[in-house]
Structures are given as C-alpha cells and as structure tokens.
Design a protein. Sequence first.
Length: 422
Amino acid sequence: MILTARLDSRAQVILESVRHTDVVSVGLWNIRGSRDETAAQAGFSHFLEHMLFKGTERRNAFQIAREVERVGGFLNAFTEKEVLCCYCTLPAEDLELAVDVLADMYFHSVLDPRELEKEKAVVINEIQAAEDNPEEKAHQLYLEGLWNGHELSRKITGESAEVSAISRERLASFYRERFSGEHTVVTASGRLEPEALLEQLNRRFPNQAAWQGPPAVPQRRPPERRRSWVLKRDKFEQVQVYTGLSYPSARRAADYYQDLVFNTLFGESMSSRLFQDLREDKGLCYTVYSFRSYFTDISLWTIYASSTPATLPALLDGLQAELGRLRSEPPTSREVEDAKSQIRGGMILAKEDMENRMKRLFRMHYLTDRVVEHEESMAMLGRVDREQVLRLVDGLIRAEAFNLLAYGSRGVRRLALPAFRF
C-alpha cells in the first residue's frame, strides 16, 4: 500500500508498506540538481553530496558510517542533473536509526573546512578519472553538442578548477538555501509502520518556519537542440559512438510504458533488434544498446556503440539500416509481446528489491502524473499494443532529428561520416 503525506516542515512523503520483507529503504531527495546551479555554483550540488558524509554536530564521518554498517546497513548518495539523493537500506528493525542518520547528515552537516579541502582532492580525482574513461567522456561531449551551453549539458561534477575554487562560505550559503523541508521528498519502501515513520520524520526534520528561501518548484527552461554531427579524435584506440534524439517529456505514466516497450525491443536487451543485427549477426562491435533519459521538461533516446576505426563505417551503415527498418519492417505483434513479457519479468524481480522500490516511488512522483501500485503499473504495461508502438516510431524516428558523435580513436578523423538517410 502506498501512502502520501506532508510533514510539518512541508516535505513531501511517499511511503510503501511491504509486509513480506525484513528490509526497509529510505531516501531523502532534494529536488534541485546540477542544472539548477548558476554558472558561479557549477559543481556545488555534487560537492555538497560528498560533504554530507563528512560530519555533523552529533557525528563525525566515521560515526556516520559505523552506525549504519554495524547493523549491516548500506548508506549512499548520488547527484543527478535534477536531484540529489541520500539513502539508506538496512534491516527494518533499525528503521529509526536510518531516519536519524539521514536527517542528521542532510540537515546538519558542519562543512568542516579541513574536510572540505581534503574532499576537493577526492572530487578532482573523480573528475580526472572520468576524463580517462572514453565512454563517459564521449557522452559528455555528445550532450554538449546536442544542448550547446544549456545547464543540462554541463558536467554534474563541475570542472576541476571550479571545484578548487569552492569556498566554505559560498558552499554554506548554497546549503542553507537548498536543503529545506520544502525542497525535499522522502520515499520509503519495506516493512514499516506509516504513522510511526511519519512521527519520526516530523521529530527530526527542522521547523519550516525557521527557513527563508526561494520557492520549492525550480524555474527551468528547456534546452534547444543544436544539430551536431561530429567526428572527434583523441588518444584512445576505440571509437565511441553516441547518436540519438531529444523530445518533450510526457507526464503520463502510460506514455512511459510505451517508451519502455519500444526501447526494449529495439536496443535495450540481448534479444533486441540492435544487438542481434550489429553484434550477433555482423560482429561489428562488442557493445551496442539504446537507453532512455528523462528530465522534467525534455527526454533523450540514445544509442551507444563502441567500435574500431576500421569497422565504424559498416557499424554506422548497419545502425542506419536498423533505424530505417523500423519503418520498412515495423515491429511485429510478437516483438511487442515479447518485450512486454521481458519487462514484466523484470518488474516482478525488482519487487523484491526495497531500494529499487523506494527509488521507483520518487521517479514516478517526480516525472509522471501519479504514483501507482505495482499492480497498476503491470496493467499499464499490459495495455501497450502494437499500434501505440508504431505511432511512437512514426512520431519520433526521423533522420533529421538525430545528432551523432564518433569519438576517441586517432584514426577517426580520416573517415567520412554522412548523415543518416532513411
């Protein structure tokens, strides 16, 4: 059963009581991410995520980790372009400990100056590691080409120089402005008593009356697509290929399942058209898949593959042919039903993972029109039919809508790279 409520601090709460488990997962979600930073704040959200683990008025960094791990729990956090999340998964009997530690980290970090300077080196190391990862670096360059200069095209981490320049005073101001109840969504899934958990959250969240800041809903502008069809040479041996398109986000949960079915049958699995043709039949690459990225105002559908310079022309020809085949040989009813069956099985498996269920609650709340039970999600998936998938293909798959980046190998600049035609 899913229950929604609002705390005295004005934080939104979404709880899912699951009786058959002895596990619970709790997440505190800040509804502002790297896209909501100003140019002068680049990298602040991600850096602050690191600092939340570095000590509060009641606990030092070691005590934060020890208290959760001594009961077998798992404590982590991540920053995305639109959110920052701190979460904890542990035995349900220790739920109150999770609430106490998470709320303490989230609202009461001391931002110790010595820890801040040490963490700069850690984050810069993370940034440099991404620069050495051709797949990750290529994706960043692809976004920059697609959404030239827009906040969604910036690195979540910021650049090394921007991280080096972070001062405690500016970070503390950013922290006070962003981390309020009004900017927070709490999700929890597992064995829990809703009323008891709400009482614990109200007790540990600060009083909203003490907070002064901007309105909860971020003011965002959607990016404008810039056509970019680029070969870029670098030090790596392999060529990383990213190609795809962007389109306005749909807020209906039913539209999400149509996207999911289409992507599954085309490129999200080993039995997909893309993998079977380019990898299994033609042997043109080791890795190839398609994936979806959702934001509040824009969505991305992206295809990724890695290849050698010698096989790149054939890979791109094959990719173009598979995209064209979506129209010349549209997905069959059997393909649609197979994709639905695969997704359904994955949803059944995911039901046993409380962390996955906790994150699902937030994603549905934030990106769609409503939060629904698993049974209703299954029903929406079941209602997807071939005609809906074909309408999606007809509206989405247009050659002129695609961007492309081929990146990495020293030999890539010598290759011709014609635009798709299908």
